[in-house]
Design a binder for this molecule. Structure first.
Ligand SMILES: CC(C)(COP(=O)(O)OP(=O)(O)OC[C@H]1O[C@@H](n2cnc3c(N)ncnc32)[C@H](O)[C@@H]1OP(=O)(O)O)[C@@H](O)C(=O)NCCC(=O)NCCS
Length: 183
């Protein structure tokens, strides 16, 4: 059981863009919808330029995956006010979305999820450096009736804020790359 509590060294991780050759059958999660997305839809979506999926390998096993796509946030309420005060009056602002993120059940709580979120933040910062403007990371956090499995707490820990409270279904969240970098 010790392997379940020790963090995985990021140097031991290999990241590969999803390809036809990858064997995904060992992937297991308490969220079955995220397993079926990886096995049935991720590659097709990538071929259609809808999203890109990255697999995270540790000792040749897939420990998790993250799927990224472009997005925007419509400015409403407090967020609209926040940007108005900065003299920014656009209706929406650009974002990079974490479309899916899932850690293999055998590797939970070993730091992989956090590393994958940092990977998305780095990707957004790289886009800003050399490709296009990108202000936010967005995502829809999966809820779970068991608190220790509810991803909203995981994302809040990493600095994400709730965009809209929802009584059921996923909760839209965002991270402002300027305020999280500057402050
Ligand atoms: C949510 C999920 C991605 C977390 O991944 P993980 O690799 O287990 O998380 P990490 O080990 O990187 O945890 C990072 C920190 O968040 C904490 N954390 C992890 N899951 C948490 C949860 N559900 N609630 C509260 N805190 C949590 C960890 O204790 C750790 O804290 P620390 O930095 O103080 O040690 C993983 O549980 C998962 O894949 N769940 C199923 C799919 C899912 O819900 N994906 C998100 C949908 S958008």
């Amino acid at each position: 059981m010790t392997s379940e509590i020790s963090k995985i060294n990021p140097m031991d991780i290999a990241i590969e863009k999803l390809k036809e050759k990858h064997d995904l059958n060992d992937f297991k999660s308490y969220e079955p919808e995220l397993v079926s997305f990886l096995i049935e839809d991720a590659l097709d979506n990538q071929r259609q330029n809808l999203s890109v999926t990255f697999l995270w390998f540790y000792k040749n096993r897939i420990t998790g995956y993250i799927t990224l796509l472009t997005d925007k946030i419509n400015l409403e309420g407090n967020l609209k006010e926040f940007f108005r005060e900065k003299d920014i009056h656009y209706k929406s602002l650009p974002a990079l979305k974490i479309g899916r993120l899932c850690v293999h059940d055998d590797f939970l709580r070993r730091g992989i999820g956090k590393l994958m979120v940092l990977f998305a933040i780095k990707a957004a910062n790289d886009i800003n450096e050399s490709k296009a403007g990108c202000r936010f990371i967005t995502l829809d956090a999966k809820r779970n009736s068991r608190k220790e499995l509810d991803s909203i707490h995981f994302y809040k820990r990493l600095g994400f804020k709730v965009l809209k409270e929802r009584s059921k279904g996923a909760t839209p969240m965002y991270l402002d790359l300027r305020t999280s970098n500057d402050n």
